[in-house]
Design a protein around this ligand. Sequence first.
Ligand SMILES: C[S@@+](CC[C@H](N)C(=O)[O-])C[C@H]1O[C@@H](n2cnc3c(N)ncnc32)[C@H](O)[C@@H]1O
Length: 325
Amino acid sequence: MKIDFQKFLTHLGNSGLEKFAADIAPGIENYFVNLKHGDLAKWFAAIEALPAVDGLAIDLSSDTVGIGSAGDVDAKLRPEIIENLMKLHPWRKGPFELFGIKIDTEWRSDLKWQRLIGCIKPLAGKTVLDVGCGNGYHCLRMLGAGATAVVGIDPMLLFVTQFQLLNKYVQTDMASVLPLGIDEMPVDAHCFDAVFSMGVLYHRKDAAEHIERLKGALKSGGELVLETLVIESDGEEMLVPEGRYGKMRNVWNIPSPALLKKWVEAAGFVNARIIDITKTTTKEQRSTEWMHYESLPDYLDKQNENLTIEGHPAPIRAIMLAEKP
Ligand SMILES: C[S@@+](CC[C@H](N)C(=O)[O-])C[C@H]1O[C@@H](n2cnc3c(N)ncnc32)[C@H](O)[C@@H]1O
């Protein structure tokens, strides 16, 4: 059982990314060779069971990514469509609206997009790598902003499969979510106009190595968009949570904004600047009908919402932009 990425790889080849496409092709092929994922057959069956409708109106430029409208399918099919969508629970990144059904995801990913889209270099005509892209919500918004090729990578097969579900209707070969982590990327591809790493750095044991890899993916003159958890401090310091952070097990580093800038400059980027610092609120991250598990309200101290349940500072996120000389 495998996902066929050939048309997407061909599109990359036609977009000036032929060497990159050739370099990643074996890794994608190998990924599926010995794959034994208990849920994949169920997910594929759910996608297959969704009605086949071509030529839908697609809106990639609004906060809610829109796919078709209620009138495109028989109203009687609605419960069955919802049931099949729920087979790919949890829906973490979005929101989406499919045939008028609002997928109210755990994250209002549109809020992060709004914080950065007016500050980054225009994406029109650009090639983009989105590292740790989840189900590709932002990849689709990048297409909506005019990017010509968007490579999303995420090691979580559920998110890769959610993109396949959405793309049953979006029907684009210009963007995809590949089942790869950053360690499977070519080290010095030097081929993307923009590289995004959002919500990934704090999961990496070696922050400097992560930033080096992001730089290696960029062309000279390309832009880095780096979003991560930070601590509030004017100094160059970092929180290394012992044990969990907001119930997350694999959080290794939470730098101050000044330290983050120092790391990015040490990697050789120029014009590094923070364009936004925002405290994550329960408006942006919460459990919903489409994500039944615990979420931010359960990760915070009930007596003091400025602290996580473990007593660390509550999540604050910064977006840093920088250029590769
Ligand atoms: C907090 S989510 C952020 C998703 C999205 N970028 C956003 O900002 O909304 C982090 C994502 O990074 C992915 N991830 C974790 N380790 C990764 C790695 N080594 N390479 C690429 N992605 C990774 C996770 O599976 C997850 O989907």
